[in-house]
Design a protein around this ligand. Structure first.
Ligand code: GDP
Length: 593
């Protein structure tokens, strides 16, 4: 069985040490130059098994015994989920395995979570590199590169401290649905995620990290990496116009072989193109690079997994994240064209239904965000690539008429065209912009929540308030036309222009005006003593000193209060409302229904 090397991606929060770790892994390769070192690819570096063997030392013994050995690992050079999202393939990932870097002193951070969500949705196995161990306070520097040995050399309190930090990660991962353990305690690598403490700075732990990676790959990814009968395909990472080369695409070849005479089938936004590469390029080894402008060497063929560049004038407009197939005859061209067309159909969304509008920079981010929105049950009307244009805003505007929370635009890492901006301001269409997937969705969800609460507040404020109040003894300022007398608000909020009733449920009248300390006010709260005026009643006939009154919500208001807004009333107000309803239902059984 012919097995290719796994494609390894590095993810994690900003500053957790992803770049340093990649540098360290590549540096390992550079030092191991005599043993084969590393080969530089486009967007990736290849560490052959000889180099890994040299780094891992005795740990490699067990890996060598595997039935199917991988020839090394291909590490993607750019870390972070931005690139990872474009390393997509058929809704899954082109990366076979990932390293999730976590800062040992900070634990999980927002982008750690975001990375994890993306790994989860693409079903990519991963190892946690618990980085910056050298920064644990009191950590003693040692000569060994093996973390298991370095831990033994620490004071007992430092060992406990590290263990605690590992368990913090185990705890967090467990809440997120993963079982995990320090790699030396893992019993079953299939069900438990291995946590490897490392220091990218000193290099300690790198042997263990690499051997866990290779071990996992050899044990569990054989089928995926087997090259027999695999369609030759890759993924487009970026497309550029380069001086001296013209249109080029950086590609990670996932499976199979690409030859110069082959046809390449790949997607643009609205079409599938078939082109023959003008050149296939790889970086020149440093010692062959005489002129820094002359960085690439043309080759006639490349085997997977590899990073390479192809040049062809037809590549302009090819989508980053698009799958690329290598075809050797017309029948294959036709087959792959259909495959790509079907794939494009499943990625872009254009419905006539209610939902949000999403615009992204690449297919990868589009796919990842669509997946996350679906998981949080946000309907999508349109998901596409490119800047936000006026038509997007017009569509959102139409949607907003049916659902104010869906009539919005989410813009991920794309421009907003000036006429779209003007239109959004004129028609109050919200555009959420972000460069972090996680916060884009979070900000939108937070706004929906806040807006729902505001909407609820506004509706609630329209209803007759609930209050209980007492006519104060001796506080008669005028007997009638209008009657003016003093009251104390016992429970709730009293407002002007609302009806009120007495204890037997008879409507007494409407409060015309309220005065607090001789100033007209629109409302008074529990504890306030205010003067109120009421038309068409006479004190001593319809109302009496020391009498207790309730506000009198009309039946529809009572219904809304009972069914929707009970949680906005205090326990005392709830009690008063229940009294009001009980009294009214004795007279009118359908009151409040
Ligand atoms: P990235 O944003 O995840 O790529 O993080 P970087 O690799 O740029 O690292 C962020 C900072 O942490 C830099 O100042 C690094 O020097 C530092 N750093 C990375 N790894 C380690 C480590 O293992 N130990 C220590 N002490 N510092 C580290």
């Amino acid at each position: 069985m012919q097995i290719r090397q796994p494609i390894v991606a590095v993810l994690g929060h900003v500053d957790s040490g992803k770049t340093s770790l990649l540098d360290r892994i590549r540096g390992t390769g550079v030092q191991g130059r005599e043993a084969g070192g590393i080969t530089q690819h486009i967007g990736a570096s290849f560490l052959p098994s000889e180099t890994i063997k040299e780094t891992c030392g005795i740990l490699y013994k067990k890996l060598e015994q595997a039935e199917h050995k991988v020839p090394g690992i291909l590490v993607i050079d750019t870390p972070g989920h931005e690139v990872f999202t474009n390393l997509r393939s058929r809704g899954g990932s082109a990366a076979d395995i990932a390293i999730l870097v976590v800062d040992v002193n900070r634990g999980f951070q927002p982008q750690t979570n975001e990375s994890l969500k993306i790994l989860q949705s693409r079903k990519v196995p991963f190892v946690v590199a618990l980085n910056k161990c050298d920064q644990i306070s009191g950590w003693r520097k040692s000569e060994t590169k093996f973390i298991s040995q370095a831990i033994k050399e620490q004071d007992a309190s430092i060992q406990t401290d590290l263990d605690q930090k590992i368990y913090d990660v185990v705890g967090t991962l467990s809440i997120l649905g993963y079982q995990s353990e320090a790699f030396y305690r893992v019993k079953d690598f299939r069900s438990e995620i291995a946590i490897v403490p490392i220091s990218a700075r000193s290099g300690v732990g790198i042997p263990e990290l690499l051997s866990v990676l290779v071990g996992l790959t050899q044990q569990y990814l054989q089928k995926r990496l087997n090259q027999e009968e695999k369609e030759p395909r890759g993924i487009v990472l970026e497309v550029n116009d380069e001086v001296g080369l013209g249109q080029t695409a950086n590609i990670i070849l996932i499976d199979g072989t690409i030859k110069k005479e082959n046809s390449i089938v790949v997607a643009k936004r609205d079409s599938v193109i078939v082109t023959k590469p003008k050149a296939i390029l790889l970086p020149k080894p440093l010692d062959e690079m005489r002129d820094p402008r002359d960085k690439f060497k043309p080759v006639s063929q490349v085997d997977a997994a590899a990073g390479l560049k192809i040049a062809s004038p037809d590549l302009e407009g090819v989508l980053p994240g698009s799958t690329l197939y290598v075809a050797t005859n017309d029948a294959e061209i036709e087959k792959y064209t259909k495959l790509i067309e079907a794939e494009m159909k499943s990625v872009f969304i254009d419905t006539e239904t209610n939902g949000i509008i999403l615009k992204c920079d690449t297919i990868g981010s589009l796919e990842a965000i669509v997946e996350m929105l679906r998981r949080s049950q946000v309907p999508i009307a349109k998901a596409d690539i490119g800047p936000v244009n006026r038509r997007d805003i017009m569509e959102a505007k139409a949607i907003k008429e049916n659902d104010r929370h869906l009539g919005i635009v989410l813009a991920f890492n794309v421009k907003i065209l000036p006429d779209a901006k003007d239109e959004s301001e004129d028609s109050h269409i919200k555009i959420f912009e972000d460069k972090v997937i996680y916060s884009l969705i979070d900000n939108y969800n937070a706004w929906v929540e806040e807006d729902t609460a505001n909407e609820e507040d506004a509706m609630f404020a329209e209803l007759t308030p609930i209050a209980k109040f007492t006519f104060l003894k001796g506080m008669i300022f005028r007997n009638n036309n209008p009657a003016v007398f003093g009251v104390r608000v016992d429970v709730g909020t009293l407002k002007h222009k609302i009806p009120f009733m007495n204890m037997s449920g008879r409507k007494v009248g409407t409060i015309h005006q309220l005065q607090l300390d001789k100033k007209t006010v629109s409302s008074a709260k529990a504890g306030d003593e205010v003067a109120c005026s009421v038309n068409d009643v006479t004190i001593g006939r319809q109302i009496f000193e020391e009498e207790i009154f309730y506000t009198f919500p009309p039946s529809p208001d009572a219904k809304k209060l009972l069914t929707k807004y009970m949680h906005k009333l205090s326990p005392e107000e709830q009690e008063v409302l229940n009294d009001i309803v009980r009294i009214q239902r004795e007279k009118e059984p359908i009151y409040g229904y």
